[in-house]
Ligand binder design. Structure first.
Ligand SMILES: [Zn+2]
Length: 665
């Protein structure tokens, strides 16, 4: 056997040394990150799941060693000794520069600022040079050179034969897969994103051109310009949409259901994807961390590819990889995922374009079969912390802004649990946050454009309905609010109003200004798909025909913090709600998902705010210590809810009050 050359051993020694040093430093940072959290969930993780944390860190170390060994193998023909150490650092830095300046949404805090600033400073023509394919070719060339030297004893024709096989294999991979798209019956692609406000769409009157692709759908399809979700919170909203029921009817009133609650809801409700599956549809959901609801509830979707962020494994992995972005960027591939399946659970490996890519591949496969399909795509780019990729983060922001929210909202989960978001920001600070958000809207719109384009290229666009919705909107410092959703009903409809734009076969071209609700979608979509079933449990109205005058009952969720109620009168005191980290726990009976302590369910409902929306009116009921506190607003004259009309509009007040749940009247 050929002895391992001295040059390789030298290089290996240095490269592994560098890899290990990086690992040790970053592991320490990762541990500090979890242990510095003041909340009870972080303490539980360190107390009860230390083994899992350790196992993850050991496997990340193995990842570093594998990447280090590969690097040594590639470098050793050229360098050895201390030059190898320098070369190793150089290659790692170059790889990092490439990964991190092209995928800046992966980053947090000062690291993100650093790499985004580097990215912005590099001229565009140089940026165009670092394309993944070039890196692949470069590494391929290195590998061939290394192999050539190592196998110098092997006859030439064998070496050429082996190289030929590899090349043929690679070419076969590149060949387009024969996909004869045969969609016969109407299919449906629902492209959703988390926290997208309806009023940020250009087609809904926003002055910036944020959504050219969604506008194009609205221009030929139906745009429900005033659509409300009952609760501005992910789980409640998805369950409501897919079961066509309100939260108070289906029983899901917060984000942290127990196994028993999930099973009860699944047994009692009929979900739209399950109905379509029974009719022969192929069903799938592809998304990132905001698709987590589809991992918790069985809606009758056959192929679910989302990350479950409310699970202890995901929480631990997210914290670890935040500090091991180096390893994660080198290991986000098939080999890395075998070693670290947690990479499938974390959100940063699922950027907007990677979710779109997965969705497009699924559509290709589904369209090649005879059955129609119903695909839901769930993006998170518009969710806090508003971290868009380049060029979207720069699209609407002031290039001279140098504050701490430069590339995303800088906040720690822990601070949010303890205190909520900062109030009283300077106007230029809130403006920058809104500008970042608009960039995220634009990045989402590009995903919609990519999927529409894909359907056109496949020649099936005329047989597929495309829908664009969100699970809820978001607060952006409207009166009495800060950031987030589901924690306040003040400031207007911004947290409950969602985009609802649909286009495709059977969908008429119209713009609907009347109030509609997201639980009306299911019967409407069934109509457009030519399906006649309407389960008795469905509360929604079919919006495919004439639209009646509708009201909406809204309620807040139970999330990490609650927004203080604005403009309280002397003597008015709001009921306390259970503190998040004390009220939830990682339930071993439910795969260590974050679950609300069941004895607190009633308290959570008692401490919710409710609102009735009818035409221009909004009546809000706040749970007060001395009984409900009511505020009546006219949104047409007073869009941010500043002037309480309870005493000046007694008739409207009495009429709307009667529609509140009894305990909120
Ligand atoms: Zn959400």
């Amino acid at each position: 056997m050929t002895p391992v050359p001295q040059s390789f051993r030298n290089t290996l020694f240095w490269v592994l040394g560098v890899a290990f040093a990086v690992y040790a430093l970053l592991s320490l940072a990762g541990y500090v990150l979890i242990s510095s959290q003041q909340n009870a969930i972080a303490t539980t993780i360190l107390d009860e799941h230390a083994g899992l944390v350790a196992s993850l860190y050991v496997r990340i170390l193995v990842g570093y060693l594998l990447a280090g060994a590969l690097l040594a193998f590639l470098l050793h023909p050229f360098v050895q000794g201390w030059k190898a150490a320098l070369a190793a650092v150089g290659v790692v830095l170059l790889g990092l520069l490439y990964t991190l300046t092209s995928e800046t949404h992966l980053l947090y805090g000062p690291t993100q600022t650093l790499f985004c600033s580097i990215h912005d400073a590099i001229p565009a023509w140089i940026r165009a040079l670092y394309h993944p394919m070039e890196i692949v070719i470069l590494f391929g060339a290195f590998s061939i050179w290394s192999l050539h030297r190592w196998t110098s004893g092997v006859p030439v024709r064998w070496r050429f034969g082996a190289a030929g096989l590899v090349v043929i294999g690679a070419l076969l991979q590149l060949l387009p897969t024969a996909s004869a798209a045969t969609v016969q019956r109407t299919s449906f692609v629902l492209i959703a994103t988390d926290s997208l406000r309806a009023d940020r769409l250009s087609c809904n009157g926003y002055p910036r051109e944020t959504t050219p692709n969604i506008d194009a759908l609205a221009a030929r399809g139906t745009n429900f310009a005033n659509c409300l979700v009952p609760t501005a919170s992910t789980h409640e909203s998805w369950v409501s949409i897919l079961s066509s029921t309100e939260p108070r009817v289906n029983g899901l009133r917060h984000m942290f259901p127990s196994r028993r609650q999930v099973e009860t809801i699944q047994n009692k409700q009929t979900f739209l994807p399950a109905l379509l599956r029974d009719e022969g549809y192929q069903t799938a959901t592809i998304g990132g961390w905001c698709g987590t609801t589809f991992g918790i509830f069985d809606f009758g979707v056959d192929h679910v590819d989302v990350s479950n962020t409310q699970n202890h494994r995901a929480l631990i992995a997210e914290a670890a990889f935040t500090n091991h972005i180096v390893a994660a960027s080198f290991l986000n591939n098939a080999v890395g995922r075998m070693l670290l399946p947690e990479l499938n659970r974390v959100s940063f490996t699922r950027g907007a374009s990677s979710i779109t890519g997965k969705a497009e591949r699924w559509i290709e496969q589904a369209a090649a079969k005879d059955e129609p399909f119903f695909l839901t795509v769930v993006h998170h780019v518009t969710h806090l912390p508003y971290s868009a990729s380049y060029p979207y983060y720069a699209q609407f922001t002031d290039p001279d802004y140098r504050g701490r929210n430069r590339y995303r909202i800088d906040f720690q989960i822990d601070d949010m649990i303890q205190r909520g978001f900062e109030h009283d920001l300077k106007p230029e600070e809130t403006q920058h946050i809104k500008d970042l958000y608009d960039g995220c809207v634009s990045e989402f719109d590009a995903q919609v454009g990519a999927i529409v384009q894909k359907l056109k290229e496949m020649g099936i666009a005329d047989r597929v309905i495309v829908g664009v919705i969100a699970d809820h909107g978001d607060d952006l410092y409207e009166h009495g609010t800060t950031l987030g959703h589901g924690v306040s009903l003040f400031g207007g409809d911004q947290a409950n109003q969602i985009p609802a734009v649909f286009a495709g076969p059977g969908v008429p071209h119209r713009r609907v200004e009347k109030l509609v609700r997201s639980f009306d979608f299911a019967p409407t979509w069934m109509s457009w798909l030519g399906q006649s079933q309407r389960p008795e449990s469905w509360q929604g109205v079919d919006l495919a025909g004439d639209i009646p005058d509708l009201n909406a009952l809204l309620e807040t969720s139970y999330l990490l913090y609650r927004q203080p109620v604005p403009d309280l009168e002397p003597g008015e005191k709001v009921k306390d709600f259970p503190k998040f980290d004390q009220a939830t726990f990682l339930d071993p009976d439910f795969d260590h998902n974050l679950v609300l302590r069941e004895e607190l369910n009633d308290r959570v409902i008692e401490t919710k705010c409710f609102a009735v929306r009818e035409k221009d009116w909004k009546l809000i009921a706040v749970p007060g210590e001395g009984g409900p506190i009511h505020r009546l607003f006219n949104l047409k004259d007073d869009p941010q809810c500043r002037t309480n009309l309870v005493s000046t509009e007694p008739d409207v007040y009495a009429k709307l009050k009667a529609q509140l749940p009894e305990y909120a009247r």
